[in-house]
Design a protein around this ligand. Structure first.
Ligand code: PRX
Length: 638
């Protein structure tokens, strides 16, 4: 059987799923064999979830960039690999063929080598959505270095924390970052981060906006100067299948963001397989995922999955509403996009502008639509289906996580019968379990509970960087021998899965994952704040908004000024994406006698549903609830 053939029918999906469960090792080994390995593996899988320890293709050696690039040169050397669309519609798009991308990756790999970067060293990227970001990730992988991309909207403090945790020796950035009307001075954010990140030896800067930048001689180097000094040939370094490919920081229920570690062999096999099958990519298609490479979606489904599959993958520098709310559709028409993949929050935001922005453009090239990052509500699903898909494009609602690196539950475009708001069925290789509060698996259909996975798939999280215990506790500590997603889930009468949202203290704002503890820690930095509690609440556009309850040492004389100060601190500590929509000063928080905050009550109040607060008799001071409710009823000026 040609394993690079795609699943083509629902019956075939069911057969393939069954095979992947009956014999996971044989199933994935077959897929792994279609890649270039420098040395074949000795064992397909070795695992236990109690460690946890998961090893796929142990003993195998490879380089993922040979599979993303070199492998395609003969057949697809002149095919466009990366199609880059700039922020400004008037600026020319850039098309990099597989040959050109290969050369640029090799060249920049030599730049990294010249900086003394070796296999296993960490390289941090804090960059706009320009081709150099993808080139940099692949260049790091070319020499066996580990990339750690930090979304360029994070603050200097957040960047510095991540750089220090990963002990990155180099930061790659740009002079500025065009985002809609803005030109964001990212280099100065890096300069500030470096003040508290002594591990950074060099900063390599792409010239993008010609903004003026401050320069630290010896440390700072221009990308173009360094590239001019090196050769374009760079043999790919062999790495072990289980060697780290990248670290990507993500938020959890408690403490600082953790560095999710993904390794090489299994990640390669799974991202390629899921990309080809879920989107049903055909050789001449143009695929566009609008995510930022700062998030997992960009890693797996802008860079690796598509390039492994030999696809044309688009990168977009701008924002959906610049110069107007028709930009996505204008770009789809311009580049004849065949698969379009975005987040529900973007769909809802554009929906609010009306269909006149859509109707101006010819979207007939689109064959499949994708959704990711949060549950898609029925209204947004229908709008997307009707106005963008013109009623005849499948919607691939892909459910997955930073930790899973690839789709867990998703329809296969045009193959899986869809149901609006349902992520539908598991990808082959994914053995789901719905668990009840007592830790027992709930069998049968028409049930709801916490979503777990029973068996490893090739791109499962391996560890959290520098702290394996944290990985064990967070993902494998709740249910014995299960990976716990942190999400609630419903399996309906047809066996279809619908994600109901996080069941932990993680909130999902515009598809961005945020730990409530992180936001609280930032708020608590304000000198007048004694304590705070942050919860999510339903938000029309963002999916969830952030609601912060704050106890002050002294009642602020001017609450608006106080709120502005708090927002400033959050922007400094994390970044603007973590700014609360509402901040309410409260006299106390609803705590149990053991001192635990009853967030359930705070969530209800934030939702505006104060009629059913449930049992408050176990609270240390039930009267606190009344004052919170009456305070919440006063409209809050944002
Ligand atoms: O709650 C789920 C939600 O996003 C979380 C993962 O966030 P992150 O690691 O940032 O990765 C986002 C991109 C994969 C999940 O725990 N989520 C993601 N996709 C969906 C979703 N919820 C419902 N439906 C989805 N399609």
């Amino acid at each position: 059987m040609d394993v690079r053939r795609r699943i083509t029918s629902f019956d075939e999906y069911k057969e393939e799923y069954q095979k992947s469960v009956d014999n996971p090792e044989g199933f994935w080994e077959g897929h792994a064999e279609s890649f270039v390995w420098k040395k074949k593996w000795d064992k397909v899988l070795d695992w236990n979830f109690s460690g946890p320890e998961v090893k796929w293709f142990e003993g195998g050696e490879l380089n993922i960039t040979e599979n993303c690039l070199d492998r395609h040169l003969e057949e697809r050397g002149d095919k466009v690999a990366i199609l880059w669309e700039p922020n400004e519609p008037g600026e020319a798009a850039i098309k990099l063929t597989y040959k050109q991308l290969h050369a640029k990756v090799c060249e920049f790999a030599n730049v990294l080598k010249a900086q003394g970067i070796k296999k296993g060293d960490r390289v941090c990227m804090y960059m706009p959505m320009i081709p150099e970001l993808a080139i940099a990730c692949l260049a790091a992988a070319r020499i066996g270095a580990v990339h750690s991309v930090v979304f360029a909207g994070f603050s200097s403090n957040a960047l510095s924390d991540r750089v220090n945790d990963a002990e990155a020796r180099v930061i790659l950035t740009s002079d500025g970052n065009y985002r809609g009307k803005k030109n964001i001075p990212v280099k100065s954010v890096v300069d500030q981060a470096c003040e508290t990140s002594p591990c950074v030896e060099s900063v390599i800067v792409v010239q993008r906006t010609n903004a003026e930048v401050t320069w630290v001689d010896g440390r700072d180097k221009w990308w173009h100067d360094e590239v001019a000094k090196v050769d374009v040939n760079c043999p790919a370094t062999a790495v072990a299948s289980e060697d780290m490919l990248f670290i990507l920081y993500t938020s959890g229920s408690t403490g600082q963001p953790k560095g999710v570690v993904h390794t090489t062999g299994g990640y390669m096999v799974y991202t390629d397989y899921t990309f080809r099958n879920a989107f049903q990519y055909n050789e001449d298609d143009v695929y566009w995922c609008t995510a930022d490479i700062g998030w997992i979606t960009g890693h797996s489904y802008i860079i690796y999955g598509p390039l492994l599959a030999g696809a044309t993958t688009m990168m977009f520098e701008g924002v959906p509403t610049y110069p107007d709310a028709g930009r996505f559709w204008e770009v789809c028409e311009k580049h004849k996009v065949n698969q379009f993949y975005t987040a529900p929050t973007a769909i809802r935001a554009l929906q609010a502008y009306g269909t006149e922005f859509v109707e101006k453009y010819d979207l007939s090239s689109i064959k499949a639509l994708g959704s990711v990052g949060e549950p898609i509500n029925e209204e947004a699903w229908q709008w997307y289906h009707k106005n963008i898909g013109k009623g005849n494009c499948p919607i691939v609602d892909t459910y997955w996580q930073t930790e899973t690196a690839g789709f867990l539950i998703s329809p296969l475009a045009g193959i899986t019968p869809e149901k609006p708001t349902y992520a539908t069925l598991p990808m082959p290789g994914i053995q789901l379990a719905i668990m009840d509060a007592d830790g027992n698996e709930i069998e049968g259909n028409g049930v709801e509970g916490n979503l777990c996975i029973k068996y490893p798939w090739p791109s499962i999280i391996r560890t959290t960087y520098g702290n394996h215990d944290r990985c064990k506790e967070v993902y494998f500590g709740t249910y014995k021998d299960m990976y716990f997603t942190g999400d609630g889930c419903r399996r309906d009468e047809d066996g279809y899965y619908r994600i109901t949202g996080r069941v932990d203290d993680v909130i999902n704002v515009s598809g961005h994952r945020m730990g409530t503890a992180e936001v609280e820690n930032a708020i608590n930095e304000h000198s007048n704040v004694v304590e705070s509690a942050v919860v999510g609440f339903p938000h029309e556009i963002k999916g969830q908004g952030i609601y912060a309850y704050v106890i002050c040492d002294e009642i602020p004389a001017d609450e608006d000024t106080f709120r502005t100060e708090v927002l400033k601190i959050i922007t400094k500590e994390i970044g603007p994406i973590a700014k609360p929509d509402k901040i309410q000063v409260v006299p106390g928080l609803p705590k149990t006698r053991s001192g635990k905050i009853m967030r359930r009550i705070l969530r209800k109040v934030a939702e505006g549903d104060v009629s059913s607060l449930g049992d408050t008799s176990t609270l240390l001071d039930p009267s606190v609830v009344d004052s919170i409710v009456s305070g919440a009823l006063v409209p809050i000026k944002d």
